[in-house]
Design a protein around this ligand. Structure first.
Ligand code: ZN
Length: 186
């Protein structure tokens, strides 16, 4: 990964194109947008720690991203293919309230469990869907680029594993609807 062209310290994760091209870290990108838009980013906690449905502690790293169309806050769990939540506010929004909204979204999101682990008589484990409903996130499968990775309950399921779980609903109807990361899934 390349270093940020401004601070030369942090990893560049955003490519800004305009007159030429610049690779920036999130912090320098925010600084730049902050000046361009005349918005001051307030400091906020860098981590959120909550207990999930099974009282397991889950730690999230908070990231602020300023864009011309608003402020985005993301909470990403500190494990691979963990939970991830995001909220969006207007440029002039109350940033403290937006952060609280993110905290509430994280708490609400880890509160409900959609899948559970069971065991066959031969000791082999299997996963099943608990309440006729699944809410999750579509991620990228590093190993098999032809298939998505579906993250449910803060853990990854391959397309095939999801298919196994869905098999018990044979004969049922199915509704698939996609939501932006900043939308609320009811
Ligand atoms: Zn930088």
């Amino acid at each position: 990964m390349n270093k940020c062209e401004r601070c030369q310290k942090r990893e560049a994760s955003i490519i800004v194109t305009g007159d030429g091209q610049e690779q920036l870290c999130v912090s320098c990108f925010n600084d730049r947008l902050s000046k361009d838009l005349g918005v001051q980013l307030e400091s906020m906690p860098e981590e959120i720690v909550v207990n999930d449905h099974s009282k397991t502690r889950r730690k999230f790293v908070v990231q602020q991203r300023l864009y011309p169309n608003g402020l985005f806050l993301e909470a990403t769990e500190d494990i691979e293919y963990g939970y991830q939540f995001a909220v969006h506010g207007e440029i002039d929004c109350n940033q403290e309230e937006l952060f609280q909204k993110l905290v509430e979204k994280v708490k609400h999101g880890v509160h409900k469990q959609f899948t559970k682990v069971g065991k066959f008589l031969n000791g082999q484990t299997y996963h099943s869907i608990i309440g006729d409903e699944v809410v999750g996130r579509i991620d990228h499968d590093e190993r098999r680029s032809s298939e998505p990775m579906i993250v449910i309950d803060g853990q990854p399921y391959t397309w095939e594993q999801l298919g196994e779980m869905v098999k018990s609903y044979e004969g049922f109807q199915l509704q698939i609807k996609f939501f932006d990361m900043t939308d609320d899934v009811e």
